[in-house]
Ligand binder design. Structure first.
Ligand SMILES: *Cc1c(COP(=O)(O)O)cnc(C)c1O
Length: 392
């Protein structure tokens, strides 16, 4: 029998992942059923679910939702978590905010979060919702909680990699009747389980390390409270930001290797952070898993893995561009979490409050020595260019 753990011990992450969300074995059926392409289902008579219309439900989503729910659930409590998948991370975040908040409500957002959040904040303001913002670091969102209906945390934050104390913020929020959602994109559920730490919602973009191949957009919401989840489900149906079955299937297929990918990628991120520690041209180096990082202590208390993203600042925008151009194993691209390393000068978008030379680097699954060597070589090259073009 494949579904149940063989011992009473909770299975390891890899063991859980290779079978998460798969159906019971049936002779002659594939171990992982293919995507179900259906706009509608045979539905004579009483039109009740589970499968009625393609915008409401799909069996390929169901299996992916079950798999993600197993990962987000506190150990031993897989059945307690309800999960909904969406077309993208933004669709999932929007579904929580727009379904939970009403005109006159107060919402607290991170001021240093994903660059789509300010746009959502503006839209909420336009609907008469009071939007308060405070930074992730130092648990600063605590200071603006009074009277809030909903608190959204993003930890680690993107792109600055600050961390806040989820348990502490949840306790303060719940004492005020405020519900809490945590954006779990950077950590993935293998790195951090917000529901176990007390949050009401875990929400994430699965576009990044969760699926990890840079070929799928995915978002999800996980929650243990059916009453809180009902409006989110209703919002998905009415806004219609649903995933195609092919994307849901690809995402589910990718989950099987998440533990293996995260193991290598996160080790690479730590190795790079260590290699950059003593470089004179590197400032503002951040990686939550690096002992001595301002996030390390709190991160260690709530994260099991520290992610594959690090960030640092080079002396100028031009210096950073030379560095990026010199990399051979690293794609110049946005987003993060994929098996192929990517890096970008974040300031080129204009949306984040970061220095010109700020680099967000996503470690892929290349061999550690190759990746570190490539980065050190490109740094040396960019520094040599500096003497020629920016003397003084
Ligand atoms: C990328 C990202 C999002 C948005 O996800 P999409 O899948 O691109 O819509 C939200 N939050 C964080 C922290 C992200 O990094």
């Amino acid at each position: 029998m494949s579904g149940a753990p063989v011992s009473s011990e909770a299975p390891g992450d890899g063991t859980l992942l290779v079978r998460a969300g798969l159906p019971e074995p049936l002779k002659y059926e594939p171990t992982m059923p293919g995507p179900v392409f259906a706009a509608h289902y045979h539905l004579p008579g009483d039109p009740t679910g589970p499968y009625t219309y393609g915008r409401d439900e799909n069996p390929t989503w169901t299996r992916l939702e079950q798999a993600i729910g197993e990962l987000e659930a506190p150990p031993g409590a897989a059945g307690s978590v309800e999960t909904l998948v969406f077309a993208s991370g933004m669709a999932a975040i929007s579904a929580i905010l727009f379904s939970q908040l009403r005109t006159g409500d107060v919402v607290v957002l991170p001021s240093d979060g994903y660059q789509g959040l300010p746009l959502i904040g503006d839209q909420l303001s336009a609907y008469g919702i009071e939007v308060r913002r405070a930074p992730t670091g130092g648990d600063a969102q605590l200071d603006v909680l009074d009277g809030a209906r909903l608190l959204l945390l993003e930890t680690p934050s993107n792109p600055g990699l600050d961390v806040c104390d989820i348990r502490r913020l949840v306790a303060a929020a719940h004492a005020r009747g405020t519900i809490v959602a945590v954006d779990n994109t950077l950590a993935t559920p293998l790195g951090q389980r917000p529901l176990e730490l007390g949050a009401d919602f875990s929400v994430a973009s699965g576009t990044k390390q969760l699926t990890g191949h840079g070929d799928v957009l995915l978002g999800y919401v996980a929650c243990r409270d059916a009453a809180l989840m009902a409006p989110v489900r209703r919002w998905r149906k009415l806004a219609g930001a649903v995933q195609g079955p092919m994307e849901a299937w690809l995402a589910h297929r990718s989950l099987a290797t998440l533990q293996v990918r995260a193991e290598r990628q996160n080790a690479n991120a730590l190795a790079l952070a260590q290699a950059l520690t003593d470089r004179p041209e590197v400032t503002g180096l951040r990686y939550p898993g690096l002992p001595g990082d301002p996030s390390y202590e709190i991160a260690s208390g709530q994260m099991r893995r520290f992610g594959c993203v690090l960030c640092f600042t080079l002396p100028s925008g031009a210096h950073a561009e030379r560095f990026l151009a010199g990399l051979r194993l690293v794609d110049a691209a946005t987003s993060f979490g994929g098996v192929r390393s990517t890096a970008e000068r974040r300031g080129r978008w204009g949306g984040d409050a970061v220095p010109d030379g700020f680099i967000r680097f996503s470690a892929g699954a290349e061999d550690t020595e190759d990746l570190v060597a490539d980065v050190l070589r490109a740094l040396a090259q960019a520094g040599a260019g500096n003497q020629g073009t920016e003397a003084g």
